[in-house]
Design a binder for this molecule. Sequence first.
Ligand SMILES: *Cc1c(COP(=O)(O)O)cnc(C)c1O
Length: 388
Amino acid sequence: MKPKLAARMRQIPPYLFAGLDARRDAAAARGLDIIDLGVGDPDRPTPRFLVQALARAARDPATHGYPPYAGTAGLRQAVADYYRRRFRVRLDPEREVVILIGSKEGIAHLPVALVERGDVVLVPDPGYPVYSIWTRFCGGRVHWLPLRAEHGFFPDLRSVPRDVARRSKLLWLCYPNNPTSALASREQFARAVAFARRHKVVLANDNPYAEIYLGQRRPISLLSVPGARDVGVEFGSLSKTFNMCGWRIGWAAGNADVIAALKRVKNNTDSGAFSALQRVGEEALTSDFKAVQRQRTTYRERRDTVIAGLKRAGFEVRSPKATFYVWCPVPAGQTSEGFATRVLEETGVVVTPGNGFGPAGEGYFRIALTRPRKRLAEAMERIKEAMG
Ligand SMILES: *Cc1c(COP(=O)(O)O)cnc(C)c1O
């Protein structure tokens, strides 16, 4: 029997890279040496002290039962201490922090707590697809906020029509930004806070790249902006900071009412992350962060290799100050998809076409710095040949 799927399944947009994936596999089958710069998943392993911490924690039967719904007291405290040290933000670990099974879980569940049929959610374009998909799952409507280079890849909130703002429940931001790699300034965050207060909209900053900064400027927290906690929450994650994408540990922090609502959705959905993993999270957040410091050095070297290579190939590209992504305009007269296909077929290098992150991503491609420097250098050399 073929199941009669719910109408909401049609809300999931077609997987934009299906064609590209098939062409990559075909190219690999032809014997082309593929260099995949598409994936946003760190190539380096989780630091050993954290793997050892998991082994220790898993041996303790106290970790084997259901974890506390909001997350262990220890990890919530570690998140609060991290926020105090790193961002000078004081959080109440009881009321203002909830532990998530990876931040994606909470990003998906937040609209369940907030969005009803006909409500509007303001979603950055280009952006992480989960923001818009779960808006639609909840019956909400997406109002796209194009991120444009001339505005520093920050949404122009003045352009949101008044009636749209009135019907809005939630405004998503993501800084440091995937895919554009832009950072947000205190002033930009303050403008978003003012907008959210004026229109009584929950403001959520998706912030998994807080520690992946490549310049002198350390990313700030939305929650460090005056008034942010009246309206805002921030999502954090160990995935990118500690190369722990597969472990699934993240958190949300900020406005106590929003956190309470998110906890209620979660209480009725999952039963939290494995307690042993939460102990590892504690060890990670209370560590000296030397591992991520080395990781930043690696990403900086890779970035410099890629930027130099792209410039030699004739691209006009900004060097990213955060995240492990390079967001680069395609050559004049080409589409994102056309360019990515051509690069793949001629060179075996996989880049992500920008339109895969939303229509405003058209005209760009994204390179993830999640491959060794030698491979990145080789990829840039091949692209230069193909361009020449
Ligand atoms: C990687 C990523 C996430 C997901 O992180 P997890 O904590 O692993 O779920 C969320 N948002 C953006 C923009 C990301 O790039």
